[in-house]
Design a binder for this molecule. Structure first.
Ligand code: GCO
Length: 264
């Protein structure tokens, strides 16, 4: 049973994995035996990431490259291939969000979110997949979202990107599953991270919405998402492909209810 989730000998890249969900994913994959690589653009985040892995008794290879720039991605992946080996498990986690009403949003802001959240996973996947095809083995996990299926006011760019990433995930499956590569997405619900802090903390009314719309009655933790990533990175999911695994406490299953109604 343990062997099902054993990643010993595998090289995993978690883009933007220095904090939040990506950090939790990388730590768990490392605990499962993977050689974990993490990129970011921020030196302080890279240092804090190395400190956390060290405190956890785990190794991590950190490096700086911009996931939206093909040349920089090629340089970064080449470094990983030299240092650790070809990437076996790619977690396209790096992402940004801008909460701006459509009418007020600059096109440049929209394009930046699309670049990081949708185009970058394509760039990094295209760079690592040739080795996966050659080895007839690989795992790609795209960080989608509830916003892959729902819109919400002020997050149009993010929802556009995450909706596209759902279909890019499915399209990758159509073209690469025959090489024994499994490409899936994870759709987090509302998770307690720095990204959601502005709509979660200090009595923000959005917190009430999440607490009533989420049947589990809580915000998710980054570790909840990491557990799903371990499944999708392991042999246990070898016949799961093109699937978006929502880790959302049931929010997508729930139309909503009046607070207090049907509460036992
Ligand atoms: C928001 C949130 C969401 C979550 C997550 C949901 O502003 O609605 O930030 O986008 O972060 O992506 O899956």
């Amino acid at each position: 049973m343990k062997d099902l989730f054993d990643l010993t000998g595998k090289v995993a890249l978690v883009t933007g994995g220095t904090h939040g969900i990506g950090l939790a994913i990388g730590l768990l994959l490392a605990r499962a035996g993977a050689k974990v690589c993490v990129n970011d653009l921020d030196d302080d985040k890279l240092q804090s990431c190395r400190d956390i892995y060290k405190q956890s008794g785990l190794d991590v290879f950190t490096l700086k490259f911009n996931v939206t720039a093909e040349v920089d991605v090629d340089r970064g992946i080449t470094l990983i291939e030299k240092k650790a080996g070809p990437v076996d498990i790619l977690v396209n986690n790096a992402g940004i969000i801008k909460r701006i009403p459509i009418i007020d949003m600059k096109i440049a802001d929209y394009k930046q979110v699309i670049d990081v959240d949708l185009v970058a996973p394509l760039i990094v996947s295209k760079r690592v997949v040739p080795n996966m095809i050659e080895k007839r083995n690989g795992k790609i996990i795209n960080m989608c979202s509830m916003m892959s299926v729902y819109g919400r006011n002020t997050v149009s760019a993010y929802a556009s990107a995450k909706g596209g990433l759902k279909l890019l995930t499915q399209s990758m499956t159509c073209e690469w599953a025959k090489y024994n590569i499994q490409i899936n997405g994870i759709g987090p619900g509302y998770i307690a991270t720095s990204q959601t802090a502005p709509i979660r903390e200090n009595g923000h009314p959005f917190n009430d919405l999440v607490m009533t719309r989420t049947p589990a009655g809580r915000w998710g933790e980054p570790e909840d998402v990491a557990n799903a990533a371990l499944f999708l990175a392991s042999k246990a999911s070898n016949f799961v492909n093109g699937h978006i695994l929502y880790v959302d406490g049931g929010i997508l299953a729930n139309f909503g209810y009046v607070k207090g109604e049907n509460d036992l």
